[in-house]
Design a protein around this ligand. Structure first.
Ligand code: ADP
Length: 181
């Protein structure tokens, strides 16, 4: 499963709950990158200023990371991707990678939440990249680079839209019904 949706839509929360329920790993490129930044690895040092500015980290830094993660033993019976792909080149890379390693995806979830709700949620979360100015940039980057993926996946008949502006448990129940159906 792949989660799309703006920052603050609840992708991380829902992906993590579904990962526990289904027993497949939750793969969050944001979490992987934040861990790399904390540890000040080479990847982390290269990624840090893009993340603090609310820009996407360059594709070459994330593509290898995804290839490595999806070929780990625990990812062979499924995975829930959160935060990847985030632009058309990443989605094209992903199609190619999955063909290469013979893994399909079943669903692309578009978690829909209105802008004003997103901004309120992110401001209350208070992560380092959750200042008003950086949030606005992340939303703009989302609109320009990530939102086109909705049409990309609609064209592949994989897209399911879910209203993310409802209580967490309600959204979680909808997602569980979908994977059980
Ligand atoms: P959110 O969806 O709330 O913005 P994430 O944790 O998914 O948070 O991402 C945080 C930051 O990590 C992004 O703003 C971006 O800088 C970087 N990032 C995460 N995933 C990717 C990706 N697939 N490609 C490029 N940059 C990424």
């Amino acid at each position: 499963m792949i989660f799309l949706g703006p920052p603050g839509a609840g992708k991380g929360t829902q992906a993590s709950r579904l990962s526990d329920a289904c027993g497949v790993p939750h793969v969050s490129t944001g979490d992987i990158l934040r861990t790399a930044v904390s540890a000040q690895t080479e990847l982390g040092r290269k990624a840090e200023h893009y993340m603090n500015a609310g820009e996407l980290v360059p594709d070459n830094l994330v593509l290898d990371l995804i290839r490595e993660r999806l070929t780990e033993p625990d990812a062979q019976s499924g995975w829930i991707l959160d935060g990847f792909p985030r632009n058309v080149p990443q989605a094209e890379f992903m199609d190619q990678l999955l063909a290469e390693i013979s893994q399909p995806y079943d669903f692309v979830i578009n978690l829909e939440v209105p802008d004003e709700v997103i901004v309120a949620r992110l401001l209350s979360r208070g992560r380092k990249d959750d200042s008003q100015e950086v949030i606005e940039n992340r939303l703009q980057v989302y609109r320009e680079q990530t939102e086109p993926l909705i049409e990309f996946y609609r064209g592949r008949q994989k897209l399911v839209s879910i209203d993310g502006n409802r209580p967490m448990d309600t959204v979680a129940n909808d997602l569980q019904s979908l994977v059980r159906a």
